[in-house]
Design a protein around this ligand. Structure first.
Ligand code: SF4
Length: 340
């Protein structure tokens, strides 16, 4: 829900200002899913809001829950009929939401289902924040909790290619009047749009930054991630040095381990060399992911552990991220790109 639009609507209807606070409480605190549930509003206003101001800007078409992990994935149908997906997960004690920023993606990374769909359009600020609001409604309705603690922009699309809407959405999400997600609990994951990092450091200095690296060899990375032809590892290195100097924040390097593609000892060496070539590299931390290949398959744990041990032996900070929701096609784009 675009709260600014609803505020304007209430003002133009000549209603008293306290109605705005009542609407805010009903939507962002109580997590109502229909205006009918806003018992603090008069019946005629509830009816008008129901007709003219839907709480969510999309229909929830399907929600599937993992039998193994605390993960649920939703397929959402936007007003123009296009579909996106969003994920709710609880890797530790708190709920986190992974949001999409675009319908499809133009960057066509070879391992990604979203990339295979091609680019359709950017999501609006409202379509992004509503993904979190939808999960907030869900956890309240299912009595799973009353707080979403973090949001990651790691779903469909490249967030830094929908820059303005992503920044505005992140600012809204952390606003105390809305869902009040701590600014330091919002993470932006980019494939490495190097020329946007300076602006990001200015606009969202508290957000976490993750770079999807996946290979530290230019030729090999370009095959895996064609975006590397536009912004190569040198561009990324310079942009990261500037970003770290501006923010002093830790930056995460995401590395999906693909067996026999980027998992060999020379890949470990190249990754360590690249990291050591960066100024203030003590602020870089590698997150290894056992690549989710779809259909419930993923790279063997043994291969990921060997890769982590190789990096550790070279003094690089590394964590193996738990792969969740393999049974519900939880990797980005796998559900929305499925044939119906
Ligand atoms: S991995 Fe991210 S950047 Fe690459 S194609 Fe998929 S959505 Fe786009």
């Amino acid at each position: 829900m675009n709260f600014e639009r609803v505020k304007q609507y209430i003002k133009e209807a000549g209603l008293p200002n306290f109605r705005i606070a009542q609407v805010r409480d009903a939507v962002f605190k109580r997590g109502i899913t229909s205006w009918e549930e806003a018992s603090n509003l008069p019946a005629d206003l509830r009816e008008r809001l129901n007709r003219e101001q839907p709480i969510l800007s999309f229909q929830v078409t399907k929600v599937i829950c993992s039998k193994r992990d605390k993960v649920a994935k939703a397929l959402l149908t936007l007003q123009d009929g296009l579909q996106i997906e969003t994920v709710l997960l609880k890797p530790q004690d708190t709920w986190s939401v992974c949001v999409s920023s675009q319908v499809g993606c133009a960057l066509r990374c070879s391992f990604c289902s979203t990339g295979k769909m091609g680019f359709k359009r950017d999501l609006t600020q409202e379509e992004i924040t509503d993904q979190v609001l939808m999960w907030y409604q869900y956890i309240r309705r299912e009595k799973l909790g009353d707080r979403i603690s973090s949001v990651v922009f790691m779903g469909m699309g490249e967030p830094l290619l929908n820059y303005l809407n992503v920044v505005k959405a992140a600012q809204d999400l952390s606003h105390p009047d809305y869902l009040n997600i701590g600014a330091r609990h919002i993470s932006i994951s980019t494939s490495g749009i190097a020329d946007k990092l300076h602006k990001l450091a200015v606009d969202l200095p508290q957000a976490n930054l993750a770079i999807s690296l996946h290979n530290a060899d230019n030729a090999e990375r370009s095959k895996l991630m064609p975006v590397n032809r536009r912004y190569d590892l040198d561009d990324l290195k310079k942009a990261l040095e500037e970003y770290i100097a501006m923010t002093g924040r830790q930056v995460f390097l995401e590395y999906s381990v693909l067996e026999n593609v980027n998992s060999r000892p020379e890949h470990i060496r190249k990754l360590a060399d690249w990291i050591y070539s960066i100024k203030d590299n003590y602020l870089l931390h590698v997150n290894l992911i056992a690549c989710n290949l779809g259909r419930g398959e993923k790279t063997e744990d043994r291969v990921v552990k060997e890769f982590a041990n190789g990096l550790k032996a070279m003094g690089i900070g590394v964590t193996i991220r738990k792969s969740m929701g393999n049974d519900i096609l939880a990797a980005c784009g796998q559900l929305a790109s499925q044939k119906k």
